[in-house]
Design a binder for this molecule. Sequence first.
Ligand SMILES: Cc1cc2nc3c(=O)[nH]c(=O)nc-3n(C[C@H](O)[C@H](O)[C@H](O)COP(=O)(O)O)c2cc1C
Length: 452
Amino acid sequence: MNEYLDNSNKQIKLAIMFVTGYGGEGYSWRFNDSNPKAYTDINAYIELAKLAEQGKIHMLFIADTPAMVGAGVNGDMARKSPMFVMEPMTMLAAVATHTQKIGLVATYSTTYNLPYNLARQLKTLDLISGGRVGWNAVTTGTREVAYNFGTSPLPDTTTRYEMADEMVEAVQSLWGSFGENAYITDQQTGEFIKMDQLTPANFNGQYYQTQGPLPIPPSPQGQPPIFQAGPSFEGVEMAGKFASGVYANPFTIEEARHYRNLLKQSAIKYGRNPEEINMFSGFMVTVGDTYEEALARRHQLLDFMRKDAFDGQIRYLSAMIGINLPDLNLNEPLPKSLQYQATPNPSDPRSLRAVELIKQGLSPRDVLANGVINYHPVVVGTPDDVADFIEEWFKAGATDGFSIVPESQKGVKDFVEKVVPVLQKRGLYHLDYEGNTLREHLGVPKQYGVRK
Ligand SMILES: Cc1cc2nc3c(=O)[nH]c(=O)nc-3n(C[C@H](O)[C@H](O)[C@H](O)COP(=O)(O)O)c2cc1C
């Protein structure tokens, strides 16, 4: 194993992904232990953030798409809660004032923003939070976003990544335009700031231009670290240039290790230390005191689905395993002869797990309840089962950390109260925060302005 993939002397880093105040599943708002109005209830977010902080979770990760997509089938919010919060920065400003340590990573598009606004808002939030903010700089691949911003069509991938490079540099130039020691506020002499330490950013790119300076001083971490999500060649290049964290969605250890290696190589290519780039692999979790208890909760999620949606899942599962399921009893294991015939569909990496569970004798409905069609690997089980998954991936050098997506509000509590102590006992996870800022939590160096 390459030395920079070796995790033997390391501990995992954990993010909790905030999909909405409900957790990571579109139907979880219906659990009787959920607050059905969590989408619009700031106290629900604050409560979750405080819980996560009790578990010494390194950061909250706020995914975002500024369009009504991913909320259900084609953005249908009729039955499913959305996959986004109302507005990330506004929500995090409130959360920041009720937390002390936890990192706050917000997703903002590099295609559908202007550098001055973004630099200003993120640096303000970084100051409000005492240096705990990160920016997940995504290029936006969703055409509905283009419609919302009146600039359809969506630029092609190459253009979007050219824009992303410019956006990140322009924002960092603005951040660095206010001298690190310029904010003196000397009441005796009457000097508020050292004007000679403010220099215009004068960023003059093909897509973005901005003059500056931005009149906002540094936060305790200087400026927010950059995160990236998007596995294309261009995405990996961007991560190598700028990212301190990458949000990834591998489904197998091999896939994850390959991707992590690409990211570290990309950092080296751009003259950076590979340790500075932290890969967070998404995985979803439902914890119970027993496997049966956890599975029962996942069955409830299936019960919340309308019949047509459930039938769609069964058809999809059929395609994953190469067996026509609708005519079979979905609550019983498949006959042995059919189990034997199950074959993973090579076009979907999640099929391997689906076939494995069918061959273990789980009924098709139980297989679905295990979350084989979710957007990340799903672990359903006891705190030890979840810790085993984390340990296996981490020891195999597959990832630097995880972005955990609990299924519900209760799932966050269960993870913090039941899984975190197991990870700590195994020596895999820290007992307390390493410092006060997100950069300290991630172990990435200070950077102010553009990288020199
Ligand atoms: C794990 C993961 C999380 C992502 N989260 C977001 C997000 O919150 N908002 C968004 O607009 N795009 C998000 N993306 C999409 C990427 O920004 C990108 O547009 C898409 O993956 C295509 O990227 P590529 O062109 O590099 O392949 C995410 C991608 C991945 C892999």
